[in-house]
Design a protein around this ligand. Structure first.
Ligand code: PDD
Length: 276
């Protein structure tokens, strides 16, 4: 499998990361996951723009201008060959002797394609199970940081409880999923929390909001209370790999009638048409 590492396209087996890489030692890096369908990226510019924001906020040097990122990612996708794919892209602060202070070294860039499997039909038709959990992550969730220990622990806690995903809250406010943004439907309107430091500004989230408006749904970006989540008619999760999926069970109780809802279905149909 071809990957991009250290300014070159090489087979994955030849890419070697130094043990003193800040990504390995500190989890000091940022990443992107970018979906592609039929050899074309979905919203590549938005992903590159978010990468630029993550790098700037983490104060990691950006090795390339946007145009060069697009060229590298496009070449990687074409080397990967056909089919749907997702590209995992990571930039760390580079290799340096262990010291918390920022070193003066070039960043490490790694990008890897992987086949993007269709979202399983049973997840589309039956929806996901979720549990609500206190958000234990750090406070800069707008940065797409590779430090995912908190998110991994929350996802595993959800799985251990027999669910697929955790929906997180800080006190009475809903933030997002462990690896997805969250939406609810209340009285026919689609509600999702606004971008802030408490959640990742998802590229799929923005697309879902655009598609919801296109199919004439009311869209409301506003802080979402946990009690509204627990009483919502529908709950959805969105991400580059999940697209938009309904949550049909929360904390062991059915959401609405326990089936993916009619409002979700309109947006899911629009999403399928959009990516085709
Ligand atoms: N995660 N929130 C969190 C915490 C995420 O990790 C993700 C995506 C999202 C959705 O963002 P987007 O729509 O841009 O994919 C929201 C990716 C897919 C991952 O970590 O694999």
């Amino acid at each position: 499998m071809p990957v991009y590492f250290d300014d070159a396209f090489v087979p994955l087996s030849q890419a070697r990361v130094h043990p003193l890489d800040r990504g390995f030692i500190y989890g000091d890096g940022v990443y992107e996951v970018i979906p592609a369908y039929g050899g074309h990226y979905l919203r590549l510019d938005a992903h590159i723009a978010r990468l630029e924001r993550s790098l700037a906020e983490a104060r990691i040097a950006n090795p390339y201008p946007a145009q060069r990122w697009a060229e590298i990612l496009t070449e990687l996708l074409s080397r990967h060959g056909g089919g749907d794919a997702s590209i995992y892209l990571q930039v760390t602060r580079g290799v340096a002797p262990r010291d918390h202070a920022f070193p003066d070294c070039p960043p490490t860039v790694f990008a890897m394609p992987r086949a993007l499997k269709p979202v399983p039909t049973n997840q589309v038709e039956r929806g996901l199970k979720a549990v609500s959990l206190a958000d234990i992550r750090w406070q800069w969730c707008q940065i797409k940081s590779i430090s995912l220990q908190g998110a991994a622990m929350l996802r595993q806690q959800a799985i251990d409880a027999g669910a697929d995903e955790a929906i997180l809250h800080r006190g009475r406010w809903v933030t997002e999923g462990a690896a997805a943004n969250v939406f609810v439907v209340i009285d026919g309107a689609v509600v999702t929390p606004p971008p802030s430091n408490w959640l990742l500004h998802g590229i799929t989230r923005d697309l879902v909001l655009e598609l919801a408006a296109q199919v004439d749904l009311r869209v409301d970006e506003r802080p979402l209370r946990l009690k509204e989540l627990l009483a919502a008619d529908e709950i959805w999760l969105s991400s580059s790999t999940k697209e938009v999926l309904a949550v049909t069970q929360l904390d062991g109780a059915p959401v609405g009638d326990g089936q993916p809802g009619p409002v979700w279905r309109r947006v899911w149909d629009a999403y399928q048409a959009f990516k085709a």
